[in-house]
Design a protein around this ligand. Sequence first.
Ligand SMILES: C[S@@+](CC[C@H](N)C(=O)[O-])C[C@H]1O[C@@H](n2cnc3c(N)ncnc32)[C@H](O)[C@@H]1O
Length: 249
Amino acid sequence: MIMKGSECKVGAADCGWNRIWSGRDSRLGSVDMGDPEAVFMELKRMAGYDAHELDYKAMRAYHDSIYRAMGSPRSVYEVGCGCGANLYLMQRDGVRVGGIDYSPAMVETARRVLGPGVRELACGEARDMPTDIRYDAVLSNSVFAYFPSLDYAGAVLDKMALKADTAVIVDVHDAGMREEYLDMRRGMIPGYDEKYAGLNKLFIPRSFFEDWAEMSGFSARFERPSVEGYWNAPYVYTAVLVREGGRRA
Ligand SMILES: C[S@@+](CC[C@H](N)C(=O)[O-])C[C@H]1O[C@@H](n2cnc3c(N)ncnc32)[C@H](O)[C@@H]1O
């Protein structure tokens, strides 16, 4: 279900994660809106990148590498755009942007920072993204790990393929590194298992994207994150899916 206002109802993906993302607070009120670095870092904090110290230079370098992986597009739609951190930087660089996220608090903040120039912005489940407006590329950054199942992830990929000929999925939790990731989190957060009870992450093997790509007429390749000091880097990968033979008829 898609809602354009501040209310947002979710269906199949309504799980503990949705409550977490809907409860994130914005501190933009205390940020100098004329300082893009400070705005971007606050948007990333609100989107959950606050487990460790990460500096702007490293985050910006990661952002630029993701933009290049998308083929330096002129228009980008982001699935699970959060409060618009990635779209904010791209819009400032002249890219036409749109997005969807199921957290009303996140979408409200995204609306504020992206302003009237945003092409489309909806509050709703990734699986229900509207497909009428097409883009050069569709991005999903640190979102697939919160999906309830591989079936759900496959349904989202099918929709992404209707939005653009290039789909880039960043920070996919590597199924082969599941135990190592959980050990790292347990070491980092005291009482991790109790705190995160019922908040499962989806771990995805690369073969899931390869199989989807083969069935859907896309090529699949994988990259590792190149960001200094990013605690998730050893446990995640980026999937780059490009339609074979160019544009969809
Ligand atoms: C870690 S944040 C990343 C936000 C943004 N992509 C970024 O890189 O700054 C994850 C986001 O995914 C959104 N999300 C998770 N599952 C979703 C779903 N099924 N449908 C729509 N949004 C979802 C959350 O609300 C949250 O904003």
